[in-house]
Design a protein around this ligand. Structure first.
Ligand SMILES: C[S@@+](CC[C@H](N)C(=O)[O-])C[C@H]1O[C@@H](n2cnc3c(N)ncnc32)[C@H](O)[C@@H]1O
Length: 382
């Protein structure tokens, strides 16, 4: 095996299939190299950015043979900034790549065949959609974080291309702080808000006739259509009936709890952030909310329930939580997932408890990036 070092430029390499995480598989003298900013079938030269024992990572820095799906990135810093990793790919093919990744994860980790598509959630340009943008100071001005690094990439002229227009760059009124200090731009129902992510600024998000108070630095979906799209997928899947009981696990400020409560369902929400629980209780007074880690709080919850919404962080819910919820024999579980690998692992755990994925939908709620959101419906049965 060759001696590779960070900074080496190797190749030309022929690029293979897309892999989970926004890179493509290539080989250099027998070693797997995960290459960013490439496309299957291309021939590229690669600058090595990380060397591990069994593989390396790198960025395509010169394209000798280009894919028909390659386009000019709309943003001049797309390669350096950590925010976007698919700007060099046409939008329709971005969704095709995400489809391949979701299908591969479901097959490999859950043994589930999937012939779905990644649903287009707009906007048609794939730009100007992000309602939360994190800027970081280099000591003199606000910039964007580099990929897997602490480097600060200068905001390009014209601002961040995927941010909502009012958030594309901090205005002159928001002075840059000390190096490393962060600033969040948040689109609220009252307009753009600039806030310290560690501060206690609360913004209003109006959705489905209900005001949701959420901390600027707390969790809220970043695509403007995400709440509509995901709550519709959850309710279409669960078909909640008035009088049923439900758990909204990893509930944040109570978005799914609110939608279920509006249909006459008796909901208990569980969330690890005490601040989010305090806000959820005000947002959805009809529901009950409990602060704490889902794995621990579960033991104190009713031992039978009709419906469950599960929306864990990237790592997924894990075997113990999946077993804990399914022991309550819910009629249906809607699993909202931002990582298809974690979703697939949890679907496999659900199979051990006698539940199967009746459907999996995938949504392009993060255009120009490799990220994809899924909603799986789990029901009893083999
Ligand atoms: C993907 S967000 C979903 C939030 C909410 N369902 C929404 O759509 O707005 C995941 C949430 O899980 C919370 N969380 C993370 N780990 C947790 C745990 N072990 N127990 C309970 N909540 C947790 C986070 O604070 C975050 O609010």
């Amino acid at each position: 095996m060759s001696d590779l070092a960070v900074g080496d430029v190797v190749g030309p390499l022929t690029v293979g299939r897309v892999a989970h995480g926004g890179h493509w598989v290539a080989r250099h003298e027998g070693r797997v190299v995960f290459v960013r900013h490439a496309l299957e079938g291309e021939v590229v030269r690669v600058r090595i950015t990380e060397v591990a024992k069994r593989f390396a990572r790198g960025d395509a820095v010169e394209v000798r043979v280009a894919s028909a799906h390659r386009v000019e990135p709309p943003c001049p810093v797309a390669g350096a900034c950590g925010g976007c990793d698919l700007q060099h790919v046409d939008l329709a093919h971005q969704r095709e790549l995400k489809r391949q990744v979701v299908a591969e994860q479901l097959t490999r980790l859950a043994g589930v065949g999937w012939d779905g598509t990644v649903e287009d959630c707009g906007p048609g340009t794939g730009l100007g959609w992000r309602t939360r943008v994190r800027y970081v100071s280099d000591g003199t001005s606000w910039g964007l974080r580099g990929h897997r690094s602490h480097a600060v990439v200068a905001v390009p002229p014209g601002g961040c291309r995927i941010a909502r227009p009012g958030l594309a760059e901090p205005g002159a009124e928001v002075a840059a702080g000390a190096a490393g200090e962060q600033l969040l731009g948040v689109e609220s129902s009252d307009g753009p808000v600039w806030a310290d992510p560690a501060g206690d600024t609360v913004v209003r998000q109006r959705f489905a006739g209900r005001d949701h108070a959420v901390h600027a630095g707390g969790f809220w979906q970043v695509h403007p259509r995400a709440v509509d799209v995901l709550t519709a997928a959850v309710t279409e899947g669960l078909e909640p009936r008035s009088g049923e009981t439900a758990l909204d696990l990893y509930c944040g400020v109570g978005v799914f709890a609110g939608v279920l409560a509006a249909r006459g369902v008796e909901v208990i929400g569980v969330e690890g952030s005490r601040d989010a629980v305090a806000l959820a209780s005000g947002n959805v007074p009809e529901a009950r909310f409990v602060a704490g880690s889902v794995d621990r709080v579960l033991r104190r919850l009713p031992d039978a329930v009709d419906l469950i919404v599960l929306d864990p962080p990237r790592v997924g819910a894990g075997r113990a939580v999946v077993a804990g919820i399914l022991s309550r024999r819910p009629r249906a579980v809607a699993y909202v997932a931002c990582d298809p690998a974690a979703l697939a692992r949890d679907i496999a755990f659900a199979g051990e408890q006698g539940y199967r994925a009746a459907s999996v939908r995938a949504f392009d709620l993060f255009p120009q990036t490799h990220h994809v959101e899924c909603v799986a419906l789990l029901v009893p049965g083999a």
